[in-house]
Design a binder for this molecule. Structure first.
Ligand code: EPU
Length: 440
């Protein structure tokens, strides 16, 4: 089991390059299935969710070639299986995009049901509603979702909630459906626009992505393309907050400043400086300037992203005053709070609201990441804390951040990834021996 060991208290400064977006690439990889020719995908982040997506593509018969420099060639022309089994699907929730892509191309798909997750219930009723409205029958049994259609036909799809996943899946299934598909109350996140841009670059006819009404005119064939994945808004936001929490001065390269607006606005209210350039942003805190409280409510794009909530909460533990955070997307996104308390944070959670009493400082401690963004928040806490922080279960972090510790070291952090031999760990757990016990 790997862990991060961070010696806190170092001011971050310098330049860091942001990778391609996890939440775009996990849909773009399955979307390649829809093409009748090979595609080249650039700016693919080196994260475990990508490795799982590529493995699933290989398992169903696609030919995947790593061309180096974060670029993959994917040839979908020999796909011969339409099933994603539990063993692969359980490792990546976004495997549900294989449903829309396989259905859209072959009129059938069989994918293991995505289970619950640390963020709370994650229903897929809206995905199934979209598939049904496009003409597919679905059957749920033995943990699998089976989809079949004679022919997919465009329809009007109104989502009861704003959902990223179901909007993406409706686009994947609708892109080759006969006639016009209209998606209403669609999600507007940058990754929705990126998937639409990718599909359009293959010859699809999708209009309105980025607004709440998306119109898709079905086409018969999609051709190969060479496409570069959009920069990761959440990775960028995480580094912005790491810079702020260490009162540093960091320039992020390969970003789209417009995508960071809701994060930038909150940071400015807290007392952090943000300067935007064409494809970079500089984030810094003036020497001696205080960080001050702010209230944050998460909401779908262009609101403040839920995927940045744990990170900004961590920053607010270092600010003066009482901040209120309201989480409106996920029931269980305060799982990191107990860990931050171990580091000295004063946070009270009541349902979907957290009250943060800024104490101005955190102390290093052993902590555990309970999900991806919780893990990112603990890294930020460790960087700002006095003393040493050890973060366990970093596999959560590696699902979505490419070389986090390497990038942080480039801007001055003292962070190491440490591997603990499996046998030693089991022996320690079996005998309940504290890891720092002295040999006698
Ligand atoms: N919802 C339903 N029914 C559905 C689908 C969603 O009720 O059929 C509800 C959910 O329970 C939730 C809300 O709608 O309350 C929004 O869910 P959404 O479908 O937008 O979430 P998702 O597509 O499963 C993606 C990201 C998440 C991110 C959310 C919200 C990917 C792979 N995941 O999840 O990212 O939090 O959108 O922006 O794109 C992360 O990266 O850390 C992460 C969890």
């Amino acid at each position: 089991m790997d862990k991060f060991v961070i010696k806190g208290g170092r001011r971050l400064s310098g330049e860091v390059t942001i990778s391609g977006a996890k939440n775009a690439v996990v849909a773009i990889l399955p979307a390649v299935i829809l093409s009748d020719e090979p595609c080249i995908i650039e700016n693919v982040p080196d994260i475990s969710d990508v490795r799982i997506g590529l493995k699933i593509l290989r398992e169903i018969g696609a030919e995947v070639t790593n061309m180096g420099n974060y670029t993959y060639k994917i040839d979908p022309t020999k796909i011969c299986r339409f099933c994603v089994p539990y063993e692969s699907a359980k490792k990546m929730r976004a495997s549900y995009y294989f449903l829309g892509a396989l259905l859209g191309k072959y009129n059938r798909a069989r994918v293991s049901m995505p289970g619950g997750c640390p963020l709370g219930a994650r229903p897929i009723d809206q995905h199934l509603k979209a598939f049904s409205l496009l003409g597919a029958d679905y059957n749920l049994s033995q943990g699998m979702i089976d989809l079949k259609a004679e022919q997919l036909t465009g329809n009007q799809i109104f989502f009861d909630v704003v959902t990223v996943g179901a909007t993406m899946n409706a686009m994947l299934a609708g892109v080759k459906a006969k006639g016009l598909t209209v998606i209403e109350n669609a999600a507007k996140e940058p990754h929705i626009v990126d998937l639409a841009n990718f599909l359009n670059s293959m010859g699809a006819n999708i209009m309105g992505a980025g607004t709440d009404v998306i119109k898709i005119r079905g086409v018969e064939h999609l051709h190969g393309t060479d496409y570069s994945v959009v920069p990761d808004q959440i990775e960028a936001g995480t580094f912005m907050i790491a810079a702020a929490a260490t009162k540093g001065d960091v320039t992020l390269k390969n970003v789209i400043p417009k995508h960071l607006e809701s994060i930038t606005k909150k940071l400015e209210k807290i007392g952090v400086n943000v300067e935007e350039f064409d494809d970079s942003v500089r984030v810094w805190v003036e020497q001696g300037a205080p960080l001050v409280k702010v209230n944050v409510k998460t909401s779908p794009h262009p609101g403040f992203p839920t995927d940045m909530q744990p990170q900004i909460a961590t920053l607010l533990t270092l600010a003066d005053g009482t901040s209120i955070i309201t989480e409106s997307i996920w029931d269980k996104r305060f799982g990191y709070v107990d860990e931050l308390r171990r580091m000295g944070a004063d946070i009270t959670v009541n349902g979907s609201v957290a009250l943060i009493e800024g104490t101005g400082k955190l102390n290093g401690a052993p902590v555990k990441a309970c999900d991806l963004r919780a893990g990112a928040a603990l890294i930020i806490a460790g960087l700002a804390a006095n003393g040493v922080t050890e973060i366990e279960d970093i596999f959560h972090i590696e699902r979505g951040y490419d070389s986090m510790e390497v990038k942080l070291r480039q801007i001055g952090a003292d962070i190491e990834k440490v591997s603990e031999p499996e046998e030693l760990q089991t022996a320690l757990e079996r005998n309940n021996i504290p890891e720092n016990a002295e040999a006698v």
